[in-house]
Design a protein around this ligand. Structure first.
Ligand code: GLY
Length: 650
């Protein structure tokens, strides 16, 4: 039996959604790679929208809504399982060493305690503490007990939890996910939820990166009869969370170190130092355990919730510091969305598309003749732009420029840099092999371009077989990651067995594309202008098709117009005309046909003045696009006078 919904990720978010969906009558399967690795286990379980001082208004709302759901949600889980998730409305005290500059803001009550009051209220605090905020509505849950309760609840409700399943890729076809490729074969469902936390961008180009947190716990010694701490202490770079079972959790570092595992002496030292400073009596208790985990961080530190670029794929990831807190609200929002197509107004705020640059209206060029100053000639929208246009979207990522360029064949690195700037392009393709082997002209490529502004399109140039191309594509993904593009899963697939004509092998290309899509790549295959092949590639889930205009580097211009036209007519993915364009008029012509974008390298690199030619190609791409949107006049057999005779005065 295939499930109605397949959830990728068995942490607190995936499980909470699973339980909520099941309670609403949906059949659910959860795929879990490693339960212990989930950020869920690394948490301290603070439910702290107030103490965390969340600046974003909508996020504050969502967090408080979720905190309010906690008492009922955890008691429901306890009823289902007999496991007490340790919800404790203990409040959070945030002592400070310096008097605060501003009053507390936010919707929930926060009380300022002066020095006398705070020391009376919480004995044992450091003498350095000059006062603090009391947040009575913040609380805590025992995150490990919660995880256990959720798993047990899921199992008792008949949710299938498949452990040790690694998802290698989402198989996409025409805007739908049609399966997930796993280490145990393809698994299918009607609907999919991505809740893979810090690992989400292995499957989709989402800007989710790991943010490591180290933690430890200490134990109240037997000679201390009762827990002297009855509330969470939230200090500077430290929180101290007392549990009812007499353990005390100390957390957490926040480190941008990728998936570097293990506790480090520096990490633990900083936690101990801050903890002992805040609450000195801890120094004599015994240490119980050390651990670490990876929070799923996004650039704005807000989660990614809601619909995706595929109709049957919902996103619930990127919860960063607030995954435990946000679990019940996330589950309710996502279940409403999946079961009832009910989209809460909050969801728009957390939609993945917020990371795309704002779509402009018709891009227009402002003139700039100087390409050496490092300023990209502005492709900016005029205030009274003649025609609205939507941006180029490839595999869910948005681009304003419709011209892609390359790095090959330039006479110097400086000329290449100036040309790329002048072209206004946002995507530059790079031959992984040539970079790896430091082919002349490819040394220092990584440093030569500003990869925070340019999206890298690794290509598999030089690969003669599907197997080689697959291997090089994987290297390309690593290369993009090393250059800071963690979420880049793009690959320009080239399988070219012959050296003279450099024509792509259609069968090898299709085979490699199929595999790479399964591995989660956004595949942009370079092909002969063959409409049937284009269709097949689209069906296996390629992100674009890239038909050639004429052989690579030949500068022969558009020789395959009729076929490219058929491809454009039928494609549901962007059509990028690649190879053979020799002059701006040809670039324009391809855009006028309705191509979504162009890739031009040799015509720029081999021009007498590459930066100037790059700028001309930039103009031509924009002109061709605008002409396509404007719609050209029909061609007539005979002349037709510009000034009509009707209505003229005799
Ligand atoms: N929620 C606290 C942390 O992520 O460290």
């Amino acid at each position: 039996m295939t499930s109605d919904v397949l959830i990728i990720g068995g942490g607190v978010i995936g499980l909470a959604i699973a339980v909520e969906l099941k309670l609403r009558g949906t059949n659910v399967t959860v795929l879990c790679r490693d339960f212990q690795a989930a950020a869920t286990h690394a948490a301290a379980g603070m439910l702290a929208p107030d103490a965390e001082i969340i600046q974003d208004e909508m996020m504050g709302k969502l967090c408080r809504r979720s905190r309010a759901l906690y008492p009922e949600w955890t008691s429901k889980l306890e009823d289902l399982t007999g496991i007490n998730p340790g919800y404790w409305a203990c409040g959070i005290l945030a002592p400070v060493y310096q008097p605060p500059k501003s009053a507390a803001t936010g919707d929930s009550p926060a009380y300022w305690l002066d020095k006398t009051a705070i020391h009376q209220y919480q004995p044992g605090l450091s003498n350095d503490v000059v006062g603090g905020w009391w947040y009575p509505e913040d609380a805590q849950v025992d995150n490990r007990a919660l995880a256990q309760a959720l798993r047990t609840a899921a199992q008792s409700l008949g949710i299938e939890i498949k452990d040790n399943i690694t998802v290698a890729g989402l198989i996409q076809q025409q805007g739908q996910v049609i399966g997930v490729q796993t280490n145990q074969g393809v698994m299918r469902a009607g609907h999919y939820v991505l809740a893979a936390g810090a690992w989400s961008n292995e499957l989709l180009p989402l800007p989710v990166t790991p943010r490591k947190g180290q933690m430890l716990s200490i134990r109240l010694p037997d000679f201390v009869p009762e827990l002297p701490l009855r509330r969470v202490l939230f200090g500077e770079n430290i929180y101290i969370v007392p549990r009812r079972d007499r353990s005390i959790i100390l957390g957490a570092t926040s480190e941008d170190v990728g998936f570097a595992p293990n506790n480090t002496p520096a990490g633990i030292q900083s936690l101990l130092q801050q903890a002992i400073r805040l609450y000195p009596q801890l120094q004599d208790y015994s240490i119980q355990e050390f651990w670490w985990g990876f929070r799923p961080a996004t650039p704005d530190e807000l989660p990614i919730l809601g619909t995706s670029h595929c109709a049957n794929l919902t996103l619930a990831t990127g919860h960063y510091r607030n995954g435990i807190l946000l679990a019940p609200a996330t589950a309710a929002l996502i279940a409403d969305l999946i079961c009832e197509q009910k989209s809460d107004s909050l969801l728009a705020h957390f939609h993945y598309s917020r990371f795309h640059t704002q779509p402009s209206t018709a891009p227009m060029l402002t003139h700039s003749a100087n390409f050496t100053n490092g300023d990209r000639p502005a492709l900016s929208s005029l205030p009274n732009s003649p025609l609205p246009d939507s941006p180029l979207v490839i595999a869910g990522k948005t681009f304003q420029s419709r011209l892609m360029t390359g790095t090959g064949k330039y006479r110097s690195i400086a000329e290449m840099q100036q040309s790329i700037v002048a072209s206004g392009c946002e995507i530059v393709t790079v031959a992984v092999r040539r970079v790896q082997t430091k082919t002349p002209g490819h040394e220092g490529l990584a440093e030569a371009l500003d990869w925070s502004k340019i999206w890298m399109l690794p290509n598999t140039a030089g690969c003669q077989t599907a197997e080689e191309a697959i291997r090089v594509a994987r290297l390309g993904r690593e290369m993009a990651k090393l250059l800071g593009q963690e979420d880049n899963n793009f690959v320009k697939l080239e399988v070219i067995p012959d050296a003279k004509y450099l024509l792509p092998d259609p069968i090898g290309t299709l085979q490699a594309a199929e595999q790479l899509v399964k591995e989660g790549f956004a595949v942009l295959p370079y092909i002969n202008a063959d409409p049937m092949l284009a269709k097949r590639l689209e069906e296996v889930g390629c992100a674009t098709v890239m038909p050639l205009a004429s052989p690579i580097g030949s500068g022969q211009g558009l020789k395959t117009t009729a076929n490219i036209q058929i491809i454009i007519e039928n494609a549901k993915v962007p059509v990028v005309v690649d190879a053979g364009i020799g002059s701006p008029s040809e670039a324009s012509q391809a855009m006028e046909l309705g191509a979504d974008a162009l890739l031009i390298n040799s015509a720029i690199a081999l021009a007498q003045n590459p930066p100037a030619m790059a700028y001309a190609m930039n103009l031509a791409t924009v002109a061709g696009r605008l002409a396509y949107l404007a719609g050209r006049m029909p061609i007539k057999s005979y002349a037709s006078a510009s000034s009509p005779v009707t209505g003229t005065i005799n």
